[in-house]
Design a protein around this ligand. Structure first.
Ligand code: NAI
Length: 327
């Protein structure tokens, strides 16, 4: 049988954690053959609640779950981690400016980046879900100089999945028929879900839906979906965010389905005019823990303006955390 993989999860007592841990332990991330060891990080005040979740994990008697350890010291929890899912972050409190949010999270992600650098497995992969995800990933990456930059990625898969589901619904197709959809830029309201290359059962999406629907309905609905769920549920999206984290990490580790690509925020090499070093969402293919940006796509004027706007926001965030001395 396969060797167990050590998976660290931060913010494990949070809403996303409560869904994510059970999916990992069930084998949804690494497959039904690979045992898993969980290493869970929380702030001290959340450790008692996390102990309750660990009791529930035990009570599921998951065949693949080897052992679970919890703690609040990132160096201990990340020791030997082969995959680190950074979910925990400081939520935006009332009256908090975006700069305050970047600073509060900056402290968390500088510390966690350093701890990963010192304690994680040589082969570690790091996936950031906690918001602002792209810039948190940038901070962690820049504070982990011994870990190759390509090992860090941030989640735009929830946006990607939302866009796939919405296009499928609009065209009366199954989600399985939707391919080659791309999310570009920042995981924020400026993100750009791009249908220019998407196909539905082999047909170009642009022949199936109008430009007006794309502009007036599709793009804003995908971008505002989180707010709509918060409004309806009285709590933010958690199970779908956990599911997207699983999809992202599974595709990264095991490879994305052939004949398609997915969307991930990864460090730019300058592709498509995105400034080098920014962690921005691109269409990517993945295999064995590595990703590559899909090359050679034609970018329409319509797409160019939207990609540029979201990338400009990422540059502003990078400038802000540079100013704060976080990177
Ligand atoms: P939550 O507030 O329920 O849980 C966050 C947990 O992180 C809390 O238990 C908290 O104690 C913990 N935490 C805070 N600082 C920590 C630290 N330094 N070390 C370890 N743990 C720490 O939030 P929820 O709903 O689970 O969401 C988590 C994050 O994911 C948020 O930042 C949210 O904005 C983000 N998110 C990202 C999405 C994406 O698509 N990229 C989608 C949905 C949520």
């Amino acid at each position: 049988s396969l060797n167990p993989m050590t998976v660290a999860v931060t913010g494990a007592a949070g809403q996303i954690g409560y869904s994510l841990l059970f999916r990992i332990a069930n084998g949804d991330l690494l497959g039904r053959e690979r045992p898993v060891r969980l290493r869970l990080l929380e702030i001290p005040s959340a450790l008692p609640a996390l102990e309750g979740t660990v009791m529930e994990l035990q009570d599921c008697a998951f065949p693949l779950l080897r052992d679970v350890e919890i703690g609040s010291d990132p160096r201990e929890v990340f020791d030997g981690a082969q995959l680190a899912l950074l979910v925990g972050a400081r939520p935006r409190a009332k009256g908090m400016e975006r700069g305050d949010l970047l600073e509060a999270n900056g402290a968390i992600f500088t510390e966690q980046g350093r701890a990963l650098n010192d304690a994680a497995h040589d082969d570690v992969r790091v996936v950031v879900t906690g918001n602002p995800a792209n810039t948190n990933a940038l901070i962690a990456q820049r504070n982990a100089p011994d870990i190759p930059a390509s090992r860090f990625s941030a989640l735009t898969r929830l946006d990607h999945n939302r866009a796939v589901a919405m296009l499928a619904e609009k065209t009366g197709a199954s989600v399985n028929d939707v391919k080659h959809l791309s999310v570009w830029g920042n995981h924020s309201a400026t993100q750009y879900p791009d249908l220019d290359h998407a196909r539905v059962a082999g047909q170009p999406a642009t022949e199936l839906v109008s430009r007006e629907w794309v502009t007036e309905t599709f793009i804003p609905t995908v971008a505002q979906r989180g707010a709509a769920i918060l409004q309806a549920r009285g709590a933010s999206s958690a199970a779908s965010a956990a599911s997207a984290t699983i999809d992202h990490a599974r595709d990264l580790m095991l490879g994305n389905p052939r004949g398609d690509w997915t969307s991930m925020a990864v460090v730019s090499d300058g592709s498509y005019g995105v400034p080098e070093g920014l962690i921005s969402s691109f269409p990517v293919t993945t295999s064995g823990g590595d990703w590559s940006i899909v090359q050679g796509l034609e970018i329409s004027e319509f797409s160019r303006a939207r990609i540029d706007a979201s990338v400009a926001e990422l540059e502003t965030e990078r400038a802000a955390v540079t100013e704060l001395g976080l990177i």
